[in-house]
Design a protein around this ligand. Structure first.
Ligand SMILES: Nc1ncnc2c1ncn2[C@@H]1O[C@H](COP(=O)(O)OP(=O)(O)OP(=O)(O)O)[C@@H](O)[C@H]1O
Ligand SMILES: [Mg+2]
Length: 248
């Protein structure tokens, strides 16, 4: 059952994949920033201590005085560290960015997650690398019930590979391929370089639209409506000045 844990702990989503540079960190930051903007209590965990992309992004955001989700680095002790943090502070969703290589760190990160989101670009090497990633995720899923989904990203419209990648993934794997696809867009790199997410950088951009569509699909597939409703409730209460029980 996908939802049993949702009421007692946050939904934990890991971005994973053994191939470097497919867009894990970009996605982790993009969805964390959008959920944060919506008032969802988001924790972004950077489990890639070589690159520290998410941590650096959060530092850039802080330097520019931008509102960003809390981001913390975690290592091989991610299980105990994460339990400590979500035991001390309440979060609705935790997004874990993992390193782009085969290793125990990713297994540990998948081991604490409810959902593994595996970005895949439209090229042979990325699709070939998916086999190893899926194997690693399946090993964890057999023990924990981890849900696994592939997300097509950095698609180049008007190209044969862009059109065929979904067919190939559908044929070659038994794992869900999300309906949402992200295209190759400079807006992703621009937003993140400036300490924003695509939706907070330019909410009218195509990249922002893709991220919002992805969030809608994630909320529907992984049944996180209860989380967003509670976030909406808190936002309304805050706006009405009722958060501490009396009118201010
Ligand atoms: N949809 C996209 N459109 C355009 N550029 C993108 C997109 N997604 C990612 N990129 C760019 O691709 C590069 C690699 O992305 P990113 O760092 O997110 O990958 P990664 O999977 O986290 O890499 P690593 O495995 O090294 O951690 C970055 O320069 C990023 O700006
Ligand atoms: Mg990365």
């Amino acid at each position: 059952m996908a939802t049993q844990h949702r009421y007692v702990m946050p939904l934990i989503i890991a971005l994973a994949g053994q191939k470097g540079g497919v867009g894990k960190s970009t996605l982790a930051i993009s969805i964390a920033a959008e959920w944060h903007r919506r008032g969802v209590r988001v924790l972004l965990v950077d489990a890639d201590d070589e690159q520290r992309t998410a941590v650096t992004w959060a530092e850039v955001a802080a330097e520019h005085g931008l509102d960003a989700p809390r981001c913390v680095p975690m290592g091989d002790n991610i299980r105990t560290e994460l339990l400590r943090v979500i035991g001390a502070e309440q979060y609705d969703v935790v997004i874990v960015d993992t390193p782009g290589r085969v290793g125990t760190r990713t297994t540990y990160a998948l081991g604490v997650s409810h959902v593994a989101l595996l970005p895949c670009g439209p090229s042979g090497p990325e699709i070939w690398a998916m086999a190893g990633t899926l194997e690693q995720a399946a090993d964890v899923a057999a023990v924990t019930g981890l849900e696994v989904a592939i997300l097509i990203t950095r698609r180049q419209p008007g190209t044969v590979l862009g059109r065929r990648v979904r067919v190939v993934l559908d044929d070659d794997t038994e794992v869900t391929v999300l309906d949402t696809e992200l295209d190759q867009r400079i807006a992703y790199a621009e937003a993140i370089t400036g300490g924003y997410g695509p939706t907070t950088y330019d909410s009218t951009s195509d990249a922002a639209r893709e991220v919002r569509r992805l969030i809608t699909e994630l909320e529907a597939r992984f049944e996180v409506q209860s989380m967003t409703v509670s976030a909406m409730g808190r936002r309304v209460a805050r706006r009405l000045g009722l958060t501490n029980g009396r009118k201010r």
